[in-house]
Design a protein around this ligand. Sequence first.
Ligand code: SF4
Length: 433
Amino acid sequence: MAHSAQLELFREPPSRSRELLVSTSPRDTRRATAINLGLQIAAKERGADVVHWSDPDVQISKYERIGFNVYYPLNVLNIEPFLRRYGLGHPGGPQLQAGGHGVSNLAGLMDAYPIQVYRGEIEGHWVDRKGYHRAKEVLSEPVRDGSKGVVELTRGCRYSCNFCEYGCTLGGSYREKPLELAKEQLLHLRQQGIKRVNLFSVNLAGYRHIEELIDFCQFWGITILNADTCIKGIEKLGKLLPRMSRLHLGLESFDEQTRISNKKGITDEQLWGSLEYILQHTGGLYFYLIYGLPGDNYDRWWEAIHRLSELRRATSGVAMRFDYSISTFEPSLGTPLEGAPLVDFEERTRFKLRWAEECLKAGFFNKRYPDLNKVPGVWGKEETTYRLLMALKRGGQRVGEVVRAVFKNGVTRSPSMAQKLKFLRELEENNEQ
Ligand code: SF4
């Protein structure tokens, strides 16, 4: 393979130490369809064994270094039970590290643990000015996920939207896998009989060589499974669109002013022009939206629902489906909006009511939903989970103490309501002392 030599050049020599990687995800997400690419890359890079934090009978004495992979911030709750079960964290024991997106942006919370936090990419060979390890290029090997393959295509994002943790800190500067290497990897997977591949990228249309790669995949009979992209540059996905039953678009807000002021940079003209183009090629739209961005104008959202309805009528013959997820704004460290106020859940309830009403008027819903929990669509976290998450992200010694008291057995599924309420109550009392 033409890039093998380059691959070796950029890598550190393989470690001779015996290393263990511990996945901290809750047990019920282990079979989730999304692959934890970071864990896979880390395991390959370090030649490490992988266990789940709840696995019994791990032969800890074999290992000189133990790494905790934290995919999502709530998963840090599962580190301490593992440390306790195996008596780790004492002088002379294995070296302990924690890494992954979920741990990278927690303020001070990890100080409470005898663990070195590794921020950034496992194969990184320099540290950027925010303290994250970065690799120069995207040279990761393809990963097999059952009958599917995953080829990482890009890291970082071309854009740095003000609200986006990935675009502002976690992803680092924008880098792309060299085209020839991507092709070699796709061919390698194809030779192993894998014909369905996810090209891992936060913005598929943004990959410089995407058109050539789409042609390449079509030639070799490889199906591209991606559905997510940013609306910018959508025309570059032209040949792929007819094969997609539903395109997932990261739009975040229907208010042009909110998008522009937060560097999302999609004007209304671009948005509606692109939507018309998309609907000529594919029949379904799925929007990623965020409720609670500072200063958002929801009147523009209601107008957009009706405009989408008109667009649906105008594209007769195309069975346009309109779905969405509306997550809740999380002001994140390292972004220009890190100090923005948290979402007010009473206002969010009013928003949800109005959304349901406008969707009914526009013909997207065919009945009322008196139970707001049943309003169609994927809605963000409920209030206690949101407050728990934001407390973990903002971290600090007190939060660490309360976490250790309330979640001492970890979280095998999601945190229970009783646990969340106890955590929030104790945190409040703690803060008052
Ligand atoms: S929201 Fe999307 S386009 Fe904006 S920085 Fe994040 S990943 Fe990039």
